[in-house]
Design a protein around this ligand. Structure first.
Ligand SMILES: Cc1ncc(COP(=O)(O)O)c(C=O)c1O
Length: 402
């Protein structure tokens, strides 16, 4: 029954796909298999990105200076993002960079020497660098779970690493290189049972499948806009569970985040505004934030379930067609239930760096090497068609046999 439903959903997106392609002008020139790196910019997202600056060129900055939300649109955008991820608006901070979202959390926790953190062996530097910076300064212990396509195996490894000193589990919801979807609900439950906080890197999950963060129960969830949400670069946001807001020390701050503040202000005036907006100090990249939500709204109009079904359909199609390519191996989940729009592939004949270069130079296919240069990561996003996959498989076959 489930299988039938997803085929139907997929047909819905496939039916609209011609229109989708036309919405992204760059797709006229390239086959873009790197949505997991950066999404192509659609005409409507580009228009939202330029809306406020264009008005400011023509009419001046008065409405921006007045922080006129009818003009800026940031609170409407925050509410839309909150609904999309199953959270409340005051649990969301727009952070521009993913790394800033990580810094807010890891710099704000009250670490003790000997506290432990758990990551996987496939985390992105944007998470690891801020994290290692607190590990270095506070004398923390780091453990790494090997990513496996078998959720039970991962959970067994994970459980063995959890101790009563575990303070933070900081892992991808979907890993960047192999597109493996981690058993997030079970990990959250197990981590909370030992009193640990749980932070998910949602760079490759937001926009790929429905999210309900309140139901998931995690503590922190960081997203980027410029991948599967079809937003601009840079753009990012952080979800902080409401109950934890006051446990995160505000470490960097500035104008507009206290309830009072004047030229004579003192320490007693450091009364943060309610909610996660307290992390949005100083001048903001509002156009990027609202354009991120324009991208998300585009995905929402397609239907995120339909987008997920489309990726699954293309993954199955790709796996099937790869059987015609001698020496091709798949390194992302084979089981479609666990698959996302990331399909990672290698050829026995050449390493991933050479393969990536050949696909780009000879067939204008945008993708990137993955798993330390041994493979190529293919992103099968909503604007990809079966004919794009056919071209890719033909190219791989040519490379494998010439
Ligand atoms: C898993 C993951 N996390 C985070 C990021 C992005 O971080 P930032 O925007 O701070 O460079 C990426 C981008 O490629 C990513 O793949």
């Amino acid at each position: 029954m489930k299988e039938k439903e997803s085929v139907k959903e997929s047909a819905k997106v496939s039916g609209a796909i011609g229109r989708i392609r036309d919405d992204f002008p760059m797709l006229a020139h390239y086959t873009h298999f790197n949505c997991g790196g950066m999404a192509p910019l659609s005409t409507s997202v580009g228009a939202e990105l330029l809306r406020a600056p264009t008005a400011i060129i023509e009419q001046g900055p008065a409405r921006l200076l007045a922080r006129d939300d009818d003009f800026i649109g940031i609170e409407k955008a925050r509410a839309k993002l909150a609904t999309f991820i199953g959270a409340d608006p005051d649990e969301i901070a727009f952070t521009t960079q993913f790394s800033t979202a990580v810094n807010i959390v890891v710099e704000g926790l009250a670490w003790q020497p000997g506290d432990e953190v758990i990551v996987t062996d496939q985390e992105h530097p944007a998470l690891l660098i801020p994290l290692m910076n607190v590990v270095r300064r506070h004398g923390l212990k780091v453990s790494r779970i090997p990513v496996s396509h078998n959720a039970d195996e991962m959970l067994t490894h994970f459980q063995a690493l959890l101790t009563d000193r575990t303070k933070l589990v900081a892992v991808s919801h979907v890993t960047t290189d192999s597109g493996t979807r981690l058993p997030a609900e079970e990990m959250t439950r197990l981590a909370h049972a030992v009193g640990s906080y749980v932070f998910f890197d949602g760079a490759h999950s937001a926009g790929q499948f429905p999210l309900d963060l309140h139901a998931l129960g995690c503590d922190f969830y960081a997203m980027v806009g410029y991948k599967w949400l079809f937003g601009p670069y840079p753009s990012a946001a952080l979800y902080l569970r409401r109950e934890l807001l006051d446990q995160i020390e505000v470490t960097w701050c500035g104008s507009n985040v206290t309830q009072s503040g004047s030229v004579t202000m003192g320490v007693e005036d450091l009364n943060w505004i309610p909610g996660a907006r307290r992390f949005e100090y100083g001048g903001r990249t509002y156009s990027y934030d609202t354009a991120m939500v324009a991208g998300l709204s585009y995905v929402d109009r397609l239907g995120v379930e339909a987008v997920e079904a489309h990726s699954r359909h293309l993954t199955a199609y790709f796996h099937d067609a790869l059987q015609r390519v001698p020496g091709a191996r798949i390194h992302s989940p084979l089981n479609l239930r666990d698959a996302t729009g990331i399909a990672t592939v290698s050829l026995d004949k050449m390493d991933g760096v050479a393969l990536s270069a050949a696909l780009r130079e000879r067939w204008q296919m945008i993708q990137r090497p993955a798993l330390r240069g041994t493979t190529v990561r293919i992103s099968l996003a909503a604007f990809i068609e079966e004919s794009d996959v056919d071209l890719l498989v033909d190219s791989l076959r040519t490379l494998a046999t010439e």
